[in-house]
Design a protein around this ligand. Structure first.
Ligand SMILES: [Ca+2]
Ligand SMILES: [Ca+2]
Length: 159
C-alpha cells in the first residue's frame, strides 16, 4: 500500500560505440533505468574512486546487468550517486553515472512529506550543518528559509 500514488518513470541508457548515452543520468527516487545496449557490453556498479581511475572494481552488493543490458529497478537505485562501468571496455573509459534524487522534504524516505518529516526538521532546526538534508537551500544552516521551503512541500506526495 505504500507504493500507491508514486509515479515511476523508466529512463533508457543506450551505448554509442564504447560510450554510454547519456553517460550521466539524473532520476528521481522510485524511477528505473533500462539499459538498451549491444551484446558486447554489460553494466557493473562501482565506487567513486574506481570510477575516477577507470578501474573495473565491482562494488560489493552493487547492481549488475548481463551482456546486452536489462532493467535496473528502483530497488537497485537507492537515493545517491551510482557509478558503473562496462567490464570489457572500462579501460577505454566506458563508464557512467546515475544520480538518484530524493524527494524534497522527505527526510525519512517514505515517499511523502508529513509529520514525521516535520519532527526530523524540527530537531535539526537552528543547527549548523553541512550537507544535511534538512538544510534544503544548502546554505549550511537550518533556519527559517528552510522552514518556508519545507512548508511549501508539506503534505505533498513525492513525484
Ligand atoms: Ca516522509
Ligand atoms: Ca538553510
Amino acid at each position: 500500500m505504500f507504493t500507491l500514488g508514486i509515479s515511476q518513470t523508466t529512463h533508457t541508457v543506450v551505448n554509442v560505440g564504447i560510450t554510454f548515452s547519456p553517460s550521466t543520468l539524473t532520476i528521481q527516487a522510485g524511477d528505473q533505468v533500462d539499459f538498451d545496449i549491444a551484446g558486447s557490453h554489460n553494466v557493473k556498479e562501482t565506487d567513486e574512486e574506481s570510477f575516477n581511475n577507470e578501474e573495473g572494481n565491482q562494488l560489493p552488493g552493487g547492481f549488475s546487468l548481463p551482456f546486452g543490458g536489462g532493467l535496473l529497478t528502483a530497488d537497485d537505485l537507492p537515493v545517491g550517486t551510482h557509478y558503473y562501468y562496462c567490464q570489457p571496455h572500462v579501460t577505454f573509459g566506458m563508464l557512467g553515472v546515475i544520480i538518484v534524487e530524493g524527494c524534497e522534504g522527505d527526510f525519512d524516505g517514505d515517499q511523502d512529506v508529513d509529520i514525521s518529516d516535520f519532527l526530523s526538521f524540527n530537531s535539526a532546526f537552528g543547527t549548523s550543518c553541512t550537507g544535511c538534508q534538512e538544510d534544503l537551500n544548502s546554505d549550511g544552516v537550518v533556519d527559517i528559509a528552510d522552514f518556508l521551503q519545507f512548508n511549501s512541500v508539506f503534505g505533498a506526495p513525492c513525484d
